[in-house]
Design a protein around this ligand. Structure first.
Ligand code: SAM
Length: 206
């Protein structure tokens, strides 16, 4: 069994130390918009995206302890002040720590694909999850989703137009395989090296 890594970082937050929801302005020491990455992995996407957007505060969550540790190390090493990392489950975190209508963006890159048919219901992103998340988006907030898995990409791309309150930023395309300006995550790069295409989806809350 993998041992649990104790994370010592000024940018690591423990959910149990936060109120419900916390005053994110006080956490970051400014009133910038708040964006969320769900399943940040090793934090490479978060670092690059946060460096591009110093005007936004980012919370990167993952329930993988080692990923949070690596993300913190990366963020700390670069002296980035607009990212906080948390180990938590997405639905629990959003319900407990985010005020409704407050997020300026949500990023979900390469969520676990659960390729076996009987496991598909374990997938994070489905209509129910998007409708749940939508309550927490501010008007004009961005929703980004990327996957290498054809069946997951197509399912999400076909489901999203049915969700009221979201506008497709790639219209008339439901998805694209290229997204200039959007950083590639570790998993995206790994899958592309294997010759797979990434499905990018970009919607905006009305
Ligand atoms: C395949 S990895 C992708 C990591 C990264 N986004 C990337 O593209 O390189 C999926 C990550 O999502 C995390 N994850 C999956 N479901 C989650 C959930 N419900 N809440 C929080 N993290 C989750 C996993 O622990 C894992 O680190």
């Amino acid at each position: 069994m993998q041992s649990f890594i104790h994370i010592e970082s000024p940018n690591y937050l423990r959910p149990e130390n936060l109120s419900s929801p916390p005053d994110w302005g006080a956490v970051f020491g400014n009133q910038q918009p708040l964006a969320l990455e769900i399943g940040c992995g090793v934090g490479d996407f978060m670092l690059k995206t946060a460096l591009d957007h110093p005007e936004t505060n980012f919370v990167a969550i993952d329930f993988y302890n080692k990923g949070c540790w690596k993300s913190c190390r990366r963020i700390d090493r670069h002296g980035v002040g607009n990212v906080r990392v948390l180990r938590d489950e997405a639905r629990i975190f959003v319900t407990e720590r985010i005020a409704k209508g407050s997020l300026s963006a949500v990023y979900i890159n390469c969520p676990d694909p659960w390729p076996k048919k009987r496991h598909r219901k374990r997938r994070l992103v489905n209509r129910e999850f998007v409708e749940f998340l939508l309550q927490y988006l501010a008007p004009g907030a961005d929703f980004y989703f990327a996957t290498d898995f054809d069946d997951y990409g197509l399912d999400v791309a076909q489901m999203l137009p049915e969700v009221a309150g979201l506008e497709n930023q790639f219209a008339p395309d439901q998805y694209r395989h290229e997204f200039p300006g959007y950083h590639l995550s570790k998993y995206m790069r790994k899958f592309m090296a294997e010759g797979k295409r990434i499905y990018f989806v970009h919607y905006r809350a009305k």
